[in-house]
Design a protein around this ligand. Structure first.
Ligand SMILES: [Zn+2]
Length: 322
């Protein structure tokens, strides 16, 4: 089955069904906080539990999002809520702890109930960038040896600021820091990223079914929704596939990143630096900040898989096709 997902200026296509068979069907429920499971939310842990978790796997997740209109059918916290839920599942499966989600970032729709902390296309972030830098420094000072910043809010500038900061902090702290939107990890199942459309709505239908009410949607076009019509395409089953794809890769990364030697770290930094440099400089003379995303769904469809398998040179080569 071919899927086509559009988000504002960037459009990509990918075959969704192809991975259905290769993604394991691990049981997931809507409640990420089931009893008798290891508590991975940092804010709910005492010192001894943090130290035990760090000894077992010194990775920390930092979910990012904001308060933003996500259509009349979704809650306004979608971006941080979904990123946090994905990180919690990945930590439970692969190891590590999850810091509380940060609400606030670069950009946001010109719609009600949206907190725009920095302008949409502002790559010169003066709020998010230093906040992330200090978070990374404190996480490293506290003993974590790998950091995964997962942003559920992913305007072009937000993505650039997050990834560029992660690359720089990887170099400065000499530990791997990955900064990526969640959609980039699941492009091979057709989730190129959208806004409150098929992808995000399906994810929420799987992660927090009670928060989605498709009956509130009238006929398209839907106000402040970008991508395939969620009313006719979104489903909890698609959300499960997307979530499972992302969580399985994050779990592997959480487990492996703290064990990388400097050679592996340098290979990782090189590929991530190449990607973000391309995204930052691609608009030259064209003015459109989304220039590097026009064909990301095809050029970099295997990014998530390649990252989890440490095939960094392949990622770097695919950036040339953007
Ligand atoms: Zn969103």
């Amino acid at each position: 089955m071919k899927r086509k997902v559009g988000r504002r200026e960037f459009i990509g296509t990918a075959a969704a069904g192809a991975l259905l068979s290769s993604v394991s069907a691990a049981p997931e429920t809507a409640d990420a906080n089931r009893p008798n499971e290891r508590e991975v939310r940092l804010e709910f842990l005492r010192p001894k539990e943090i130290e035990e978790a760090q000894a077992e796997c010194p990775t920390v997740f930092q979910p990012l999002g904001t308060i933003e209109w996500h259509g009349v059918h979704n809650v306004v916290g979608v971006d941080a809520v979904k990123a946090h839920a994905l990180c919690v599942r990945a930590a439970k499966r692969g190891g590590g702890l999850v810091a509380p989600p940060l609400y606030g970032g670069v950009g946001g729709m010109d719609e009600p109930h949206t907190f725009v902390m920095e302008p949409e296309n502002d790559v010169f972030s003066v709020l998010l960038r230093p906040w992330l830098e200090q978070l990374c420094r404190e996480m490293a000072r506290d003993g974590f040896r790998a950091i995964i910043i997962l942003t559920g809010h992913y305007g072009a500038a937000q993505q650039i600021v997050v990834r560029e900061t992660a690359v720089r902090m990887s170099r400065a702290l000499a530990i791997p820091v990955l900064g990526t939107p969640e959609c980039t990890l699941a492009m091979d199942v057709g989730y190129i990223g959208d806004h409150a459309a098929w992808g995000e709505t399906s994810l929420m239908m799987h992660l927090y079914p009670d928060t989605v009410d498709l009956s509130r949607l009238g006929d398209p076009p839907h106000k402040g929704v970008g991508g395939r019509d969620p009313k006719t395409t979104a489903s909890a089953e698609d959300g499960r596939l997307i979530a499972e794809t992302i969580v399985s890769r994050l779990a592997v990364l959480a487990r492996k990143m703290p064990t990388w030697d400097y050679k592996t770290l340098d290979r990782f930094i090189e590929s991530e630096a190449t990607l973000v440099a391309n995204q930052l400089s691609a608009p030259r003379g064209k003015g459109a900040i989304w220039t590097a995303w026009r064909n990301i769904g095809s050029a970099m469809r295997d990014y998530g898989k390649q990252l989890a398998e440490e095939r960094f040179e392949e990622i770097k080569a695919s950036v040339e096709k953007l």
